[in-house]
Design a protein around this ligand. Structure first.
Ligand code: PRT
Ligand code: ZN
Length: 214
């Protein structure tokens, strides 16, 4: 079914949502958000918002259920997705890092050879280690990764770090950065010319907002 607006998937609630909504509001786009509403159509721009879990956003954009999405580069890159990155948004900056118990010495990445690493990002982590000639065992867990070494689940972890406070309070130290991340806007790779024109207009407004911030 064709639509004469563009549909964008944004995180419903979490570390991406406030800045995502703020960006679109600064672009002069009026829409309702918050509460239990999972869809919202703008009253002054041809755009419809879907409010979703961030993990689902790349798949929705790849399938064309949404035309655009805002997601962390870390979530996007963990799985192979056929979508286009159309804009780096500059917020939700963080890094994916390897960490080990604070009391252990760290020399170099070779130290991870044959070790078990708890992570929600097994693909990014193992690819990074393999590129550095290291083969480690990935132990995939979906949350509270920082607890893993202290309960004997793994020898090290690879997790998202922002301030580093969570690592510190769990007796861990960051030893290597695997990946630098920020929020990005992604697009379906087969947008109609009408939708592409709306996206161009949106990107023009985002550029103006970003220029105003620099
Ligand atoms: O519910 P939903 O599935 O939509 O959200 P989520 O819980 O999976 O994700 P959310 O909202 O926590 O994060 C969304 C995105 O924000 C991530 O995919 C990253 O791109 C980005 N981001 C930025 C972060 C952080 N900063 C961050 N600090 N994601 C997670 N963290 C975690 C970190 O791992 C640690 O456990 O926050 C904790 C505090 O970090 P420190 O280093 O400041 O202590
Ligand atoms: Zn998530």
């Amino acid at each position: 079914m064709s639509r004469n607006n563009i549909r964008i998937a944004v995180q419903k609630s979490g570390r991406l949502s406030d800045d995502s909504l703020k960006l679109f509001k600064e672009c002069g786009i009026k829409f309702e958000s918050g509460g239990s509403k999972l869809r919202s159509i703008s009253s002054n721009f041809p755009i419809e918002f879907l409010f979703l879990r961030d993990d689902d956003i790349p798949g929705y954009v790849e399938d064309g259920v949404a035309d655009l999405g805002v997601v962390g580069l870390n979530v996007l890159m963990e799985h192979t997705r056929k979508v286009a990155i159309v804009k780096e948004l500059g917020f939700s900056k963080c890094r994916l890092s390897l960490a080990i118990p604070r009391g252990e010495n760290y020399t170099d990445l070779k130290q991870f050879e044959g070790k078990s690493i708890a992570t929600s990002y097994p693909n990014l982590t193992s690819q990074f280690l393999l590129k550095n000639g290291v083969k480690a065992e990935m132990h995939e867990i979906s949350g509270s990764v920082e607890i893993a070494p202290s309960i004997g689940l793994a020898e090290g972890i690879c997790d998202i770090v922002s301030t580093g406070g969570t690592l510190l309070s769990n007796g861990l130290k960051e030893v290597a950065t695997v990946f630098q991340s920020q929020a990005v806007m992604i697009a379906n790779t087969a947008l109609s010319s009408e939708k592409q024109a709306i996206l161009d207009k949106l990107l023009f407004r985002i550029d103006s907002v970003q220029r105003g911030q620099n």
